[in-house]
Each structure stands twice: as structure tokens, then as C-alpha cells.
Design a binder for this molecule. Structure first.
Ligand code: ZN
Ligand code: ZN
Ligand code: FE
Ligand code: FE
Length: 279
């Protein structure tokens, strides 16, 4: 494949040093996105963690306004190229407080992510031993149900890393096709966009989120997809996007979703752009 066939893609999932486990300022991510030739970059750092704050997992609640201001300045300097996003945890016990934080700030979009089953931060390497004490199939069933609830909550523009529970290689031991089919239906009805998240390639599981068979099911249900690197340092912006583009193309997609910023205080609208013609 020659270089000019590469599509210009947006990266809507980047973190910054504010979250305590990433490096780089928002400005450094914008610079990296320019250098990578991306279509747009969204800064989507972790929303303050509730109910138990952890400075190694997210910014503090008192930092949120400053984060918003910093990204809004970059938006003003790079109109149409930079978007103000945030990655918000979906947890039933904190959903009202998260909704209030989301309403208090003019986010262009919100990535909804499930990182917790109850109190278990299952994607945190410090909590890895918990996998040995769990029925992994039940964990998957509970996880997929929560992701569906997140979609239906109406809080989110994009669903993050749809099958994150596979991060450390713990797969279901039996087919969960029925549960996955139900999830895809719920996502479709909700109108949320699903990201192709390349960070899984850099994790023990060694593949993107979500897996190919889910991407194909999303295509068949006509769910829209977009792209996120989940970069935790500027050098990861746009990482492996050619592979991500190939993944959706091979699942049958001809278009991908982009976010068009609207008026201040309103969420971005979603539109579709064609993938480059490989002909
Ligand atoms: Zn993170
Ligand atoms: Zn710019
Ligand atoms: Fe996440
Ligand atoms: Fe993330």
C-alpha cells in the first residue's frame, strides 16, 4: 500500500500528565498530532475519580476547571483541530455525580468507559491478583452488561475500549455471542459511537479493542466507529492507526465517524467521512 492511500484520521483518546500516570501537556499532544498528520485531536483525560479519589488514576476534582481552561485555550489556537473531551468512568454508584461534572463544563464529547466491576479496578495492574479469585465468565457477563448500561445512560458520545476486560489476556471460557449480540443492539439503539482503541496492542493482550469479531458485529448492526490511541505520552498519538484503519476496512466499514464541534456548551455532532479508496 502506498502512502497516499492512508486516510487522515482523528485521535479522540489522549491523556495528559494531570492524571498522574501519563506524561505530557495538552499542548505537547496537539504538537504530536500535527506531526503525525492527524485530522483532529481530542484531549480526553480521566475525569476525577469517584467515590475514592486516587491521584495515580485521575486528576483531582479541584483540577477539572483548570484542565478545561487549558484545553479551551488550545482549541482557540487551533480551531477545528483540537477538541475538548474527557474520559468518564461509568459506575452505577457514581453516575449522578459524574453527570453533574459533565454538565458543569463545555465538553465537546465524552468517552464512556467501564474500568470497575464493583470496587475492582480490573484494568489496574496492581489489582491483577483478583482475576484468580473470580469466575471469569461471570466477570465478562457483568462487564458487558455495564457497558450496555453506559451506552443507554445517554451521558456518552463515544464508548471507550469496548472489551477492556481482555487487557491481561483473561478471555471468556465459553462463547458469549448472545451477550455480545445484546450489547451491540443496545449500543446501536443508543446512537453512541464505538472507538477502535489501539492501546490494547501495547498491553499483554496484544490486540486492539474491540476484537475483530466485535468490530464485524458493529458493522453489521450499522454502529459507527472512530479512532483513539489512548495515548499516555505524546509519542503514542495516532499509534498504529494504519492497522486500526485496516481492521475496520476488513470488517466491512467504508466510513468512520468524526466529531464536529458545535456551539459552546453543546456536544459535538457526529458525521461520517469515507475511508481512502484503496483502488
Ligand atoms: Zn489512563
Ligand atoms: Zn494547530
Ligand atoms: Fe480507559
Ligand atoms: Fe483512556
Amino acid at each position: 500500500m502506498s502512502r497516499h492511500h492512508v486516510t487522515r484520521l482523528p485521535d479522540y483518546h489522549t491523556h495528559t500528565q494531570r492524571c498522574g500516570h501519563a506524561e505530557g501537556s495538552p499542548a505537547a499532544y496537539v504538537q504530536a498530532a500535527h506531526e503525525a498528520g492527524l485530522l483532529a485531536v481530542g484531549i480526553a483525560d480521566h475525569i476525577p475519580l469517584l467515590p475514592v479519589p486516587d491521584p495515580s488514576l485521575s486528576m483531582a476534582e479541584s483540577d477539572l476547571s483548570e484542565y478545561v481552561r487549558e484545553v479551551e485555550d488550545l482549541k482557540a489556537m487551533h480551531p477545528g483541530f483540537v477538541l475538548l473531551g474527557v474520559e468518564a468512568d461509568y459506575r452505577p454508584e457514581t453516575v449522578d455525580r459524574v453527570a453533574a461534572m459533565l454538565e458543569a463544563h463545555p465538553f465537546d464529547y465524552v468517552i464512556g468507559s467501564v474500568h470497575f466491576l464493583g470496587d475492582w479496578a480490573f484494568d489496574d495492574p496492581r489489582r491483577l491478583e483478583e482475576y484468580d479469585h473470580r469466575d471469569i465468565d461471570q466477570a465478562w457477563i457483568d462487564y458487558l452488561e455495564l457497558v450496555g448500561d453506559a451506552a443507554e445512560s445517554g451521558l456518552f458520545t463515544i464508548l471507550g475500549h469496548l472489551d477492556l476486560l481482555k487487557k491481561f489476556g483473561y478471555r471468556p471460557t465459553r462463547s458469549l455471542d448472545r451477550e455480545l449480540e445484546r450489547l451491540v443492539e443496545r449500543v446501536k439503539r443508543s446512537g453512541t459511537v464505538v472507538e477502535i482503541n489501539t492501546a490494547g496492542l501495547r498491553k499483554p493482550v496484544g490486540e486492539m479493542y474491540p476484537s475483530f469479531h466485535i468490530v464485524r458485529a458493529l458493522h453489521d448492526a450499522r454502529v459507527n466507529v472512530t479512532f483513539g490511541s489512548d495515548a499516555h505520552k505524546p509519542a503514542e498519538v495516532g499509534a498504529d492507526f494504519i492497522q486500526a484503519e485496516n481492521l475496520i476496512r476488513s470488517a466491512g466499514f467504508t466510513h468512520f465517524a468524526v466529531l464536529e464541534p458545535s456551539e459552546r456548551g453543546r456536544r459535538a455532532s457526529v458525521s461520517l467521512l469515507p475511508l481512502a479508496d484503496l483502488g
